[in-house]
Design a protein around this ligand. Structure first.
Ligand code: 1GP
Length: 257
């Protein structure tokens, strides 16, 4: 794995200790292309390190939004596909994900096998990522037939994250589900996993303020993802709140460098 985006992530992690990623779901039921582009620009201006594009429910074709985002921002636009519909040749890279705690092989290897030839042909950089769902798991857990990790069982998450590393995944993502407000990935689980797992740990789902984001970094997360926060606040305050959150995250990250 020596792609440009992977190098960007690992170099920046080495220098800054922690990264922020902004998740945008270009779902036409709630978002226009113009709005998604505006959000991406404000996220970049606020200091977010990358734009992730995707979601568990897929409506419409993402190509147009992905193209418009990559034209509007310098930071990498990385696909976060919920299914085959989440692939676009316009992105800078994609998280090539396997939902390891799904009970349905389709989400572990079926969708990936169906997408692989297309991914190879379009030549997009694929970054292998283990995707692990923690309760409540929200829509992602429902769609992905996941056996979510109980919140008070960090060792179960650790077992899966370690297995992911040994299987060769480059990143492991602990996901509480988009909109898991007040129920993000528990800090104890982040600590347990990051203590024993060497690949970078991404966390997401329910991180809605500086405190929860810095707590996650202090607990050992390398990358924190925010989606709902952006949708709810960034257009209204022109990214001022997000800028504070990213600043707090970088301060917490700097302690780990
Ligand atoms: C969802 O982890 C991401 O896949 C983001 O979650 O929308 O709660 O920030 P939020």
């Amino acid at each position: 794995m020596t792609g440009k985006v992977w190098s960007y992530i690992t170099d920046k992690l080495e220098r800054e200790g922690a990264l922020h990623m902004s998740l945008l779901d270009p779902d036409p039921l709630k978002m226009t292309t113009e709005r998604v582009v505006e959000l991406a620009k404000l996220a970049e201006a606020a200091g977010s390190d990358a734009i992730m594009i995707g979601g568990s429910t897929a409506f419409g074709i993402i190509d147009e939004s992905v193209k418009a985002i990559t034209e509007a921002v310098e930071i990498p636009a990385i696909l976060f596909p919920g299914n085959l519909t989440g692939v676009s040749k316009h992105a800078d890279a994609m998280f090539f994900m396997s939902l390891l705690n799904s009970t349905n092989p389709y989400w572990i290897i079926g969708a990936q096998a169906l997408a692989a030839a297309n991914v190879r042909i379009i030549g997009i950089e694929a970054i292998p990522m283990a995707y692990l769902l923690v309760a409540p798991g929200k829509t992602a857990a429902w769609v992905g037939d996941a056996k979510v990790f109980p919140r008070e069982k960090p060792k179960i998450a650790l077992m899966y994250a370690l297995a992911a590393e040994l299987l060769g995944f480059k990143l492991v993502y602990l996901e509480a589900g988009s909109g898991a407000e007040g129920n993000g990935v528990p800090p104890e689980m982040i600590t347990t996993v990051s203590q024993y797992v060497d690949i970078p740990l991404i966390v997401g789902g329910g991180f809605n303020d500086s405190k929860s984001v810095t707590n996650a970094v202090n607990a050992g997360a390398s990358i924190v993802v925010q989606g709902t926060y952006l949708e709810k606040n960034v257009l209204e305050d022109k990214g001022a709140g997000l800028k504070d959150i990213v600043k707090a995250l970088k301060k917490a990250g700097a302690k780990r460098v």
